[in-house]
Design a protein. Structure first.
Length: 311
């Protein structure tokens, strides 16, 4: 019997077996580094918690209860929300929180080396109550020169097709009114409008330009969400072009979100590469109808990566 044919019962059983000392659960902290950058993490949500250059400068938002306590949640098995917070599969209705459950679970530290760390999350009794699929999800963080590589690996261990979405949500320290975003290519892209869920309507945003000047009011109606950007690279830098900047590369991702806490002066910006997007208000309850959904065949593996470069 191959690994992808292991029964759901067997996967449950494996969760209580003995693991070597580094196979640990709980809010474990860990760091990886090289001569240029240091990245730190916690095992709850497999979340990035710090990203610094060698001079100690912190690029990652550190969370604040007045704005947003998150830092860099991993979104799986959905992006955004669902109508009435639920979907149907094979005639059964399942509740699913916004952005899925992976960000609110303890992950296992599978490997930890000087320059890389691997977290894994496997299907279990808790996940099966909202997502009836046997899976193994890994996120591999690696520091390469001045960049952090964030790689996702999704394995379908089930005997049926597995629908899912996946994406990142890293937040960066940013005095909004002093900064701009520069896209790799000139864009002519409309933002997808949302009121909780997507409305199905769009609005002008990037009109024959590669630059988006940031303001707080730009986010009064929530995130800027784009589909099919020509660019797969975006830079966050001061409007005068001076000082430090962040460059994100996201090859192959189908959607991109830009977010800060609406109607506040929150000093951070989220750059979010996604496979998939929120549901629309009129969408059916069938999970496979969700825009950008990936259908992974039994025994197959999906992988993709994005990169955060500190400059």
């Amino acid at each position: 019997m191959s690994a992808c044919q292991v029964s759901i019962f067997s996967i449950h059983y494996a969760k209580i077996c003995y693991y070597p000392s580094y196979y640990l659960y709980g809010d474990i902290m860990g760091s990886i580094s090289n001569d240029h950058i240091t990245a730190s993490f916690k095992s709850f949500g497999a979340e990035l918690t710090s990203l610094k250059t060698s001079d100690g400068h912190e690029y990652l938002w550190q969370g604040h209860p007045d704005y947003w306590t998150g830092q860099s949640p991993l979104l799986f098995p959905i992006i955004g929300g669902l109508p009435e917070g639920a979907y149907e599969y094979d005639g059964v209705t399942y509740a699913m929180p916004n952005h899925g459950f992976a960000r609110k679970m303890d992950w296992r530290v599978e490997s930890h080396e000087i320059s890389s760390i691997i977290f894994t999350l496997e299907s279990n009794e808790q996940t099966l109550t909202s997502y009836p699929f046997a899976f193994k999800l890994s996120v591999i963080y690696t520091v390469i020169n001045s960049s952090l590589k964030v790689e996702y690996k999704v394995e379908n261990l089930d005997r049926k097709n597995m629908p899912f979405q996946i994406g990142g949500h890293p937040a960066f320290n940013c005095p909004i009114t002093d900064y701009k975003l520069v896209f790799e290519k000139e864009e002519n892209s409309r933002r997808l409008l949302k009121e909780g869920l997507l409305t199905g309507e769009t609005a002008a945003c990037l009109e024959n330009t590669n630059t988006l000047y940031l303001t707080h009011s730009l986010f009064d109606n929530d995130a800027l969400i784009f589909r099919d950007l020509k660019s797969h690279e975006i830079s966050l830098l001061r409007k005068d072009g001076k000082g430090r900047k962040v460059k994100m590369k996201f090859p192959g991702f189908t959607h991109f979100g830009i977010w800060k806490k609406p109607k506040t002066d929150a000093p951070f910006i989220c750059l979010e590469p996604w496979f998939g997007v929120d549901s629309t208000e009129e969408q059916t309850s069938d999970l496979t109808d969700k825009e950008g959904i990936i259908i992974l065949s039994p025994c197959k593996t999906f992988s993709s990566a994005y990169y955060i470069e500190l400059i």
